[in-house]
Design a protein around this ligand. Structure first.
Ligand code: FES
Length: 165
């Protein structure tokens, strides 16, 4: 049994986690950890807290520390408050040759933040410059909330980012 549970999983989160749990043997609940953390992170405006991770640990019957290890290891999981929408721009060689530096500069200026920062309204998180997202033919490209956007131009950046809620 883990320590005190500080929050309650929403019905929606439990349904999503249970969906994944069905894919694994009964005694291998920890196999659903990544899917579970992605789900609760999404519900918590894009980041995890120790209380949320404790709750997931309890739900999956895992030691809290094992959940912290996963939560702090994978790049798609955040353990500090960030903007709701995550933006990662690729600046590796193929994208760089097709103008990614200009795309980064334009996006930072448009949002008024540097890469690694979030907008003050908590909406956008300009997460990182990626080291190739395997969409080199479509460079320059970026990933917004795990969706790829390719052949970026300043106009495309405006259209994509302006429509996010
Ligand atoms: S170099 Fe940008 S996706 Fe590969």
């Amino acid at each position: 049994m883990n320590g005190s549970v500080k929050i309650k999983l929403s019905e929606h989160s439990r349904e999503k986690i249970d969906h994944w749990l069905k894919k694994f043997p009964e005694d291998q609940k920890q196999s659903a950890i990544l899917a579970a953390l992605l789900e609760v992170q999404h519900e918590n405006n894009g980041f995890l807290t120790p209380e949320i991770m404790d709750t997931v640990a309890d739900y999956l019957g895992m030691p809290n520390i094992a959940v912290y290890e996963v939560g702090s290891f994978y790049s798609m999981l955040e353990t500090t408050p960030v903007g709701r929408h995550s933006i990662s721009i690729c600046t590796n060689i193929s994208c760089m040759l097709k103008g990614s530096d200009e795309i980064v500069e334009y996006t930072e200026k448009k949002l008024g933040i540097k890469t690694g920062g979030s907008t003050s309204d908590g909406k956008l998180f300009l997460k990182t410059e990626e080291e190739c997202l395997a969409a080199c033919c479509g460079g320059p490209m970026m990933m917004v909330d795990h969706v790829y956007h390719e052949n970026l131009t300043k106009e495309k950046i405006d259209k994509i980012l302006d429509q996010l809620d």
